[in-house]
Design a protein around this ligand. Structure first.
Ligand code: 5RP
Length: 230
C-alpha cells in the first residue's frame, strides 16, 4: 500500500473504532459495506470475542461473508425489522449530513437497513467531508431492462452517465442483480429535488442520496475524530 493510502486506511480504522461506543449489549446492528465498514466489522468481531452479545444484519453478501467468517452472530430483516444502530461508510458527507453512498455498489441494501435503524452512524476519513455533494459520481441502481432509458433521462438532468463495469468490461451486478449508473453531476445544489426526480423515474430501483438518514457522522482526521450530528 502506498503511504497516502496507508494513512487513509488508518484513518478509516480510527473512525470505525470510534463507532464502537454506539453499540450496546443485546442490540441488533446493521453492518455496512466498504473498506471503512470492513474495519468496523473486524473490530466488532473482536468485541464479540470478548463477550459482546449482538446480532448483525449485513448490507451485502461481502459483509455477510466477512461477518460470518469472523463469528459474528447474524440475523435477517425477515426475522427483525427494528435495528438499533447501523454503522456504515459514505462517499461524501455535506454539512447537513446528507450523503452520497454506493461507491461499493451496496446502496440498495444499505438504504433499506438504514431506514430500519434507529441510529445510522457514518464512519469515514476526513476527505469525505464536502461543502456541496456531487464531486463523487452519484450511483443509481437500475433494473437492467431500463438501463438505456434511465441513463438518457438522467443525462437530460445534466449528468454524464456511465454504466459501472468490472475490470473485464462486463457490467457490474449488484447483490440484487441490477446495474449501477454512475452519474457525474458536478455540484448538486438541491439534493432533495434530485432525489425526488430519481425516485420518480420508472426503472430506478434506488439512488445513492441518503437524506435525513445519518444521525451521527464520525470523521477521522490526523489529530482528532470530528463528530457531526443532525
Ligand atoms: C458501499 C458504500 C460505502 O460505504 C462507500 O462507498 C464508502 O466506502 P469506503 O469505506 O470503502 O470508502 O456506500 O456501497
Amino acid at each position: 500500500m502506498a503511504n497516502d493510502q496507508l494513512r487513509n486506511d488508518q484513518l478509516k480504522e480510527k473512525a470505525a473504532r470510534a463507532s464502537l461506543q454506539f453499540v450496546q449489549n443485546g442490540q441488533v446492528v446493521g453492518l455496512g459495506t466498504g473498506t471503512t465498514a470492513t474495519h468496523f466489522i473486524k473490530l466488532l468481531a473482536e468485541e464479540v470475542g470478548k463477550g459482546l452479545r449482538i446480532r448483525g444484519i449485513p448490507t451485502s453478501t461481502r459483509s455477510r461473508d466477512l461477518a460470518e467468517s469472523l463469528g459474528i452472530p447474524l440475523t435477517t430483516l425477515d426475522q427483525c425489522q427494528d435495528i438499533a444502530v447501523a454503522v456504515d461508510g459514505a462517499d461524501e458527507v455535506d454539512p447537513k449530513l446528507r450523503l452520497i453512498k454506493g461507491g461499493g455498489g451496496a446502496l440498495l441494501r444499505e438504504k433499506i437497513v438504514a431506514s430500519a435503524s434507529r441510529q445510522l452512524v457514518i464512519v469515514a476519513d476526513g476527505s469525505k467531508q464536502v461543502p456541496i455533494l456531487g464531486r463523487f459520481p452519484l450511483p443509481v441502481e437500475v433494473i437492467r431492462f431500463s438501463r438505456a432509458l434511465v441513463a438518457k433521462r438522467i443525462a437530460a438532468l445534466g449528468a454524464q452517465v456511465q454504466l459501472r463495469t468490472e475490470a473485464d468490461g462486463k457490467p457490474f451486478l449488484t447483490d440484487e442483480n441490477n446495474y449501477i449508473l454512475d452519474c457525474h453531476f458536478g455540484e448538486i445544489r438541491d439534493p432533495e429535488a434530485l432525489a425526488r426526480h430519481l425516485s420518480d423515474m420508472p426503472g430506478v430501483v434506488e439512488h445513492g442520496l441518503f437524506i435525513g438518514m445519518a444521525s451521527v457522522v464520525l470523521l477521522a482526521r490526523d489529530t482528532e475524530i470530528v463528530e457531526l450530528r443532525r
